[in-house]
Write a protein that binds this ligand. Sequence first.
Ligand SMILES: Cc1cc2nc3c(=O)[nH]c(=O)nc-3n(C[C@H](O)[C@H](O)[C@H](O)COP(=O)(O)O)c2cc1C
Length: 454
Amino acid sequence: MTTSSPGAVARLRDDVVARGLVEGLPAAFAAGLTRFGRPPQADLDALTGAATDLAARLATGAVGEDDLPLLTRVLCTARRADLLAAHGLPTPAYDVLGSFRENLERPLGPRLPERPTAGGRRWPLLGRTVGFPVGVSSCVLNGSAAWVRHNVANGWNVLTYKTVRGRAHPPNEAPNWTVAPAQTASLPPGAVADVVSDPWDWVPPGSPAVSSVNSFGVPSPEPEEWMADLARAVAAVGEEQVLLVSVMGEGDDLAADFARTALLAQEAGATVVELNLSCPNTLDRSAAGVKPPLCLDADATVAVVEAVRRQLDDRTGLVAKLSWLDVDRLAALVPRLAPLVDGIAGINTVQSRVRRSDGTPTFPGRELAGLSGIAVREPALDFTRRLVALRASGGAHFDVLAMGGVTDPASFEALFTAGADAVQAAAGAFADPMLARRCVDALGETLPRSVEAP
Ligand SMILES: Cc1cc2nc3c(=O)[nH]c(=O)nc-3n(C[C@H](O)[C@H](O)[C@H](O)COP(=O)(O)O)c2cc1C
């Protein structure tokens, strides 16, 4: 858990008072809690009662460090996480009550005054070297140049720009991202989860036991917009970082559309393209409302990767991002992909049935959504170990970008020790925007396999 600097709560209190926000805070908190549904009345009463008491203490100045957890929840739910961040206090790194668009230009959470580094140490990745090899995987926390800049400042070095498409695509109906407080441990590899998640659920920032579910449906601005933004994102990364750009195709000629979109990313300045072959949130007219991830179909996956490889410049790196696959599927797919790619990334979120505590779907019209965070830690480790073993026994080298359940330095280290060349986080980066710094602080001097800086 991130600790606050002495006096930060008092300074925050003064700020909230000076802005005249105290009186309206309980109502703003209640509006946030009920934004996407209504908690049971007793819960709602208890929470709003606590917020009203807190507001009274804020007014008189009788707040201390012990109030920080509640104050954090109240301000974030009242959509004023920016005030916490301005005082260096932890917040979740995304406003789940705001729209995809609102969040795109507005990274949330504190920004470190100085970028954490591992003292100039470098690690090899995708034909270059990078600083401490921790990153934010393709997700809404890397949806624009503003986010990329923010993440670089906070010590994340391996950044995958959120999946974009060859034409504009709206997000699924909100809510799109909720936490799952009951999922505080990992599922076994291959397990199918029945997840309960209410839109008003809360996990304190910094919690290493965070799990989340999301159903964004891979929204994308139109290419003209994201290509211009991507060019800015490319310019925002320094020599210690690598920026990958995730793309996804759609339509009847899937491989051609993937290739066309990858080419657009390359034209905008991408030096490494990642293919999202593993999205669990693509809408479908089937009963479940969403399609299975593409990588379950090995032939279709290979056809896409071949088409993209043919289309891209030889100098552009190519990474295939997969979901957790069982022993047979992964062993069948990897030897076919290895000669075509520079890296394999995984795992994506695990497609799971997600309901509210009253039994209705958490995400309207979609029974299935993507589970990640600590709930998928063991599947991610299992996948990474098998991927690394397949690399060792196969003929073609590729880098491994591992992700899934990284919420603290130990879970970063577990994937790196399993043989990953870089380790990324989404849910963990959401819960703790300072996670990269914690990894650098804990492991920056000792992490093996570093190389001479060029
Ligand atoms: C809110 C959210 C949005 C995501 N969007 C994408 C995406 O657009 N493309 C993609 O390849 N993966 C996406 N992912 C998957 C993550 O990149 C990552 O593979 C997965 O969440 C497992 O990591 P984690 O346990 O650290 O969350 C998303 C994950 C989350 C939580």
